[in-house]
Design a protein around this ligand. Sequence first.
Ligand SMILES: Cc1cc2nc3c(=O)[nH]c(=O)nc-3n(C[C@H](O)[C@H](O)[C@H](O)COP(=O)(O)O)c2cc1C
Length: 128
Amino acid sequence: MLRPVTSESYRLLHPKLVCFLTSVDKSGKANIMPCAWVSPASEEPPMVIAFVAKTHYTARLIKMTKQFGLSIPDASMERAIWVTGSVSGKDVDKFAKAGLQQLQAKKDQGSYGCRVYWVPGVHFGEGG
Ligand SMILES: Cc1cc2nc3c(=O)[nH]c(=O)nc-3n(C[C@H](O)[C@H](O)[C@H](O)COP(=O)(O)O)c2cc1C
């Protein structure tokens, strides 16, 4: 039987894998946010698509620098996921608050540096 669509229907597609998106401001200061709405978009060229609310500080930084990092946390990082997803990097150094260390992105360690192609209202990220 068909059920009416409610504002919470998107939850039918959860739970999902959670990723970390990292971004930097013009001075190189980094920010981090958990992002569950990430999907592979192409194998060749390697592309991912990430849905980030326009209101997030991360969206502002990615729009400004046209780059972001994508990392896959493991289960031991559950607390860090909630800490970094509960406050904005506009107000707080989330790496310090969550006790996270910044490392260079390395594909074989589950993290990627991504370039962004900006189309009005839409972000395209390319893994690399
Ligand atoms: C598990 C989890 C998954 C999330 N997934 C997304 C997502 O896919 N897209 C999004 O825009 N926000 C998502 N959020 C919310 C942002 O991570 C959160 O609002 C964050 O504080 C934004 O930080 P910023 O202002 O420093 O960018 C998620 C939060 C959590 C805890």
